[in-house]
Design a protein around this ligand. Structure first.
Ligand code: NDP
Length: 284
């Protein structure tokens, strides 16, 4: 049989992108499955996205991720969007389906999968999301599509916060509401799942914590954080001390990476290899 030396190409376009750890995880997964795939971390400036996309097409990429500042700008360049990406209004993953280049958003699906993996069912749940940025948007929409009944968005910037609450209310089966973030935010009574979806506590500011009244966190709650480096942000440590079940951001990162792996390779992802690789990476 004739040998095939051609590598399948995937990667991420972003700016800045130097600190993006996804490549280490995806390359470990490709190696574990013996696939001749590569994941390349590429700096692409905002104004160069169209050229970079044309280059990816010319080099027969199987797909790629997008991070800041491309998640919205890429949309007009695509043939179509998945339902979730279309509601969220942002794309973090591009894959090929026949001749089409399709835009998907795996951030929120990764989050929901990380919850499911820890035995947390979203059906009928009352959820509070801290933050209303890109991650919060993807998570809010996917939690609503996965069956959450009511979602409260707590955010400093009122316009962004109200917009997300309204999006959930109008485009998904869940009820969306907004609570302004003034001073120490109280988690609304009756909340069953709290999601810290701001960037507060992210390395190198691991000692910082979102301004939340910790006395409103109870042992009955599930408390999640999107920050994955450090693996145990201070907010989660405090929630754990109060008896809450906690869900770390590394699970979301692995699960969204696993979805991308499958979209690109058509194979099941080696989740444990991906998880262990990232944990080692962040320990260094
Ligand atoms: P954005 O810049 O889009 O949004 C940031 C959000 O954080 C905004 O809602 C902002 O509020 C809020 N915020 C920032 N500082 C504070 C503060 N001091 N107090 C209260 N709120 C604050 O960022 P992203 O949504 O893209 O990313 C957020 C985090 O999610 C990052 O840490 C990122 O690493 C993480 N992430 C994790 C993933 C994973 O797989 N685990 C995947 C994707 C992201 P305001 O609107 O008022 O300015």
């Amino acid at each position: 049989m004739e040998k095939n030396y051609r590598a399948h190409l995937t990667g991420v376009f972003g700016d800045p992108v130097d600190g993006n750890p996804t490549g280490v995880m995806e390359e470990a997964a490709y190696a574990a499955k013996g696939l001749n795939f590569r994941y390349i971390t590429m700096q692409v400036k905002a104004e160069d996205l169209e050229a970079a996309f044309a280059g990816a097409k010319a080099m027969h990429f199987d797909g790629f991720n997008l991070t800041m500042p491309h998640k919205i700008r890429v949309i007009p360049l695509l043939d179509r969007l998945t339902e979730a990406a279309s509601i969220i209004g942002a794309v973090n993953t591009v894959y090929r389906d026949g001749g089409d280049w399709v835009g998907e958003n795996t951030d929120g699906k990764g989050f929901v999968q990380a919850l499911t993996a820890q035995g947390v069912d979203l059906h009928g749940k009352r959820v509070t999301i801290l933050g209303a940025g890109g991650a919060a948007r993807a998570i809010g929409v996917e939690c609503a599509l996965a069956g959450a009944s009511a979602i409260t968005v707590v955010n400093r910037n009122e316009t962004r916060g109200r917009e997300l609450a309204q999006l959930i209310d109008e485009k998904t089966p869940a009820t969306g509401s907004f609570q302004p973030w003034v001073g120490k935010a109280a988690i609304p009574a009756g909340t069953e799942i709290v999601i810290q979806a701001t960037c507060v506590g992210l390395h190198p500011h691991g000692d910082q914590m979102p301004e939340v009244d910790l006395d409103t966190i109870t042992a009955e709650m599930v408390v999640c954080d999107v920050v994955f480096n450090p693996v145990m942000p201070r907010f989660l440590q405090e929630a754990q001390k109060r008896g809450a079940q906690i869900v770390t951001g590394i699970g979301m990162l692995v699960q969204q990476g696993a979805r991308n792996f499958t979209l690109w390779t058509g194979e099941e992802a080696p989740i444990q290899v991906m998880y262990d690789t990232l944990e080692r990476e962040f320990a260094e």
